[in-house]
Design a protein around this ligand. Structure first.
Ligand code: NAD
Ligand code: DAU
Length: 363
């Protein structure tokens, strides 16, 4: 049995991870610390019962007293640190929360682990969950790996890079058994619809415009969230203290092609729009994201070799079809996260960029 702290367990990846841990390591005790920001949703954990194996704590990872008290109460063997402000566009609208949560929150957790685990942290692990965006932007060739120099270019990626540097410094200076993971774009169930794939599914099913930034030729390397979760579990159980692992699906796709594929999948399932037009006719090219990174791609050979990790969802089109089916079958979850604050955010961002009709919550 292990006692594990998951931070951000009510977010997209966190909820999938808590579910995976309950299913795959049923004897572990999982404590989920989450502030429940707009991105955190208790409905994503429906069916996970509080008890000896699961506890939910609502709180801020940047609160040193709360975090120290949790470490003292629970005597954690491991931390899986996912809590973050995670959306690039929001970081452009307002960077401060990104530094507070991503940098100060990570520092708070690292310090609590150092104090609690003392001089002899043998057998413990602190998995710091980060992103490939810390490496900047690629041209048409090449992939990021663990030796790629840091070159973050948005407030979000700069804050994640700051957090990574602190995590690495705690490993180097204090010998804290930190493992850092840098992962590419995730997709799958329970993703908040501000991110490209659920945003397109949500708008396209309602017949609303589909905003594509710039020329739509930016490339992302997509990984199904279940494969990210299996990599995080492998990093916890088999990761070398002090090591960094790059995690990616090897599934690159241009944004426009991805959006078109989602439209086809929805047309196949729901039929065309009432006008008879296919859903790709909803695509609108809007003003580009400032500083938009052109291409990300990950070489995950080290993780495959050292952690024995392999993604299971290798075919992006099959993973996308599964994802579209999940959102259509979980309409109530999608509706429940689309509150007034999402409508306000949508109007602020996309109104400025020249997108037309917005996705408003249903009354
Ligand atoms: P998300 O935005 O869906 O969820 C973030 C969660 O953190 C939410 O539940 C939120 O309530 C919680 N949170 C935010 N601030 C907090 C605070 N101060 N204290 C406690 N909880 C707080 O994010 P996600 O997409 O699930 O990403 C999780 C982690 O994985 C992040 O660290 C992100 O940088 C990283 N990551 C994400 C992706 C991706 O494609 N989504 C890829 C690579 C890495
Ligand atoms: O690479 C990992 C990162 O992936 C994570 O660290 C981030 O937390 C996660 O949000 C994601 O960042 P991106 O910026 O790549 O994801 P997003 O879904 O916001 O955008 C994906 C691509 O689609 C990007 O090139 C911008 C573009 N886009 C996005 C939106 C929301 C559009 O063209 N239109 C849109 O409306």
């Amino acid at each position: 049995m292990k006692r594990v702290l998951v931070t951000g367990g009510c977010g997209f990846i966190g909820a999938n991870l808590v579910r995976a841990l309950r299913a795959q390591r049923p004897d572990w005790r999982v404590v989920n610390l989450d502030k429940l920001t707009y991105a955190g949703n208790l409905r994503s954990l429906a069916g996970i019962e509080e008890g000896p194996r699961y506890r939910f704590v609502r709180g801020d990872v940047s609160d040193p007293e709360l975090v120290a008290a949790l470490f003292a109460e629970e005597d954690f063997d491991a931390v899986l640190h996912l809590a973050a402000e995670s959306h690039v566009d929001r970081s452009i609208l307002g960077p401060r929360a990104f530094v507070e949560t991503n940098v100060l929150g990570t520092l708070t957790l690292l310090e609590a682990a150092r104090q609690a685990w003392g001089e002899d942290p043998a057998g413990r692990r602190f998995v710091h969950v980060s992103t490939d965006e810390v490496y900047g932007s690629l041209g048409p060739e090449g992939r990021f790996d663990e030796r790629t120099p840091y070159a973050p270019r948005s407030p979000y990626s700069a804050s994640k890079a700051g957090a990574d540097h602190l995590a690495r410094a705690y490993a180097h200076t204090y010998g804290l058994p930190v493992v850092v993971t840098n992962c590419s774009n995730n997709y799958g169930p329970y993703q908040f619809p501000e991110k490209l794939i659920p945003l397109v599914i949500n708008n396209a099913r309602r017949g609303e415009e589909l905003p594509v930034y710039g020329d739509g030729k930016q490339v992302r390397d997509w990984l199904h969230v279940s494969d990210h979760c299996s990599a995080l579990l492998a990093a916890l159980e088999r990761g070398r203290p002090g090591a960094t692992y790059c995690i990616g699906g090897g599934s690159e796709r241009e944004n426009l092609a991805l959006v078109e594929r989602i439209c086809e999948l929805l047309d196949e399932r729901l039929g065309p729009l009432p006008s008879g037009a296919p859903r790709r006719s909803l695509i609108r090219f809007v003003r580009d994201r400032p500083g938009h990174d052109r291409r990300y791609a990950i070489d995950s050979s080290l993780a495959r070799r050292e952690l024995g990790w392999e993604p299971e969802v290798r075919d992006l089109d099959a993973g996308l079809a599964r994802t579209v089916d999940w959102y259509l079958a979980n309409d109530d979850w999608l509706e429940s996260v689309l509150d007034g604050s999402y409508a306000d955010y949508y109007q602020r961002l996309y109104g400025e960029r020249g997108a037309g009709r917005r996705s408003a919550p249903r009354a």
